[in-house]
Write a protein that binds this ligand. Structure first.
Ligand code: FE
Ligand code: FE
Ligand code: ZN
Length: 279
């Protein structure tokens, strides 16, 4: 089954996102629970949730993916920023309980000079503190491009975070792979997809891979930049992305586009991928 969607605005609530998804032939989507800068969260209305659940089940949606605000930095040098990250993270996970069985993705953060060895225990500490809130949600660490001092551009870093947490249940803590980010980080998913997935399996475990961000990249391989591009207009190219979604190891994992598009652009990319997916 191809679960394919894109990032949608949550301004109109869950049912509105569900309806939009159906309109553009998506059967999953990504959204923010609050302003991406980390402001106040939107009220969750039970009627809206009930209507959303009906749309999702009628249209056989896959798991949907909430994205943490970009300002959430669990490994900031600044203790007050780490505290903010923990509070927002915990609050978001409590909100996710309204839509049980879905996914919450976050960036491991930027260590801003203090080094990965300091950053990783800080990320682990926050994860251990907030995970009890994730009763029916799977939390995902996103693979990063490695721009600036980002943590998580190497599979080893994500594996180390996961192994150092107290969370034993594999279904609770996983990874979201971003195609633009990994390619920018130096994993050649255009020419060596099998090898990259084998490496992911060896280092992290493919059973941890629970969501994919499908993006082309404005910058070249191994550039350590984070510039998403529309499918086919970047350095990955349409062919590589079609090969990617058809890879046997990635079947059934929900894919979300984060390409620089409005809805009609997303709809075109979704249709292109659906036409080129072999059941
Ligand atoms: Fe992200
Ligand atoms: Fe992403
Ligand atoms: Zn990105």
């Amino acid at each position: 089954m191809l679960y394919l969607g894109c990032h949608l605005s949550s301004a109109g609530g869950f049912a509105a996102m569900g309806k939009t998804a159906v309109k553009i032939h998506a059967n999953t989507f990504q959204f923010f629970l609050r302003n991406p800068r980390g402001g106040a969260a939107k009220d969750i209305k039970q009627e809206d949730i009930a209507e959303y659940k009906k749309i999702a089940s009628e249209n056989k949606f896959g798991k949907i993916l909430a994205h943490a605000p970009y300002t959430l930095n669990p490994c900031s040098k600044d203790a007050s920023i780490r505290e903010f990250a923990q509070n927002v993270f915990a609050d978001d996970l409590q909100r996710m309980e309204n839509i049980p069985g879905n996914l919450y993705n976050f960036h491991p953060g930027s260590h801003v000079g203090q080094g990965v060895d300091v950053a990783i225990p800080q990320i682990v500490e926050i994860l251990d503190a907030v995970m009890p809130e994730a009763k029916n949600t799977t939390v995902l660490l996103e693979t990063m491009s490695g721009k600036g001092s980002e943590v998580g551009s190497r599979f080893e870093e994500l594996a180390e975070i996961i192994s150092k947490t107290k969370i034993n249940d594999k279904k609770k803590l996983g990874v979201c792979l971003d195609t633009c980010h990994v390619y920018s980080a130096g994993y050649d998913i255009v020419n060596r997809l099998d090898d990259v997935l084998e490496e992911f399996d060896k280092v992290i475990g493919l059973d941890r891979l629970q969501a994919i961000h499908l993006n082309d990249s404005m910058t070249e391989f191994n550039s350590h930049k984070d510039r998403h591009e529309c499918l086919g207009k970047g350095s990955l190219g349409t062919e590589a992305l079609i090969r990617f979604i058809n890879h046997p190891a990635l079947r059934g994992i929900p894919l979300n586009l984060e390409t620089p598009n409005e809805l009609d652009g997303y709809a075109k990319e979704i249709d292109l991928l659906r036409r080129n997916y072999k059941e």
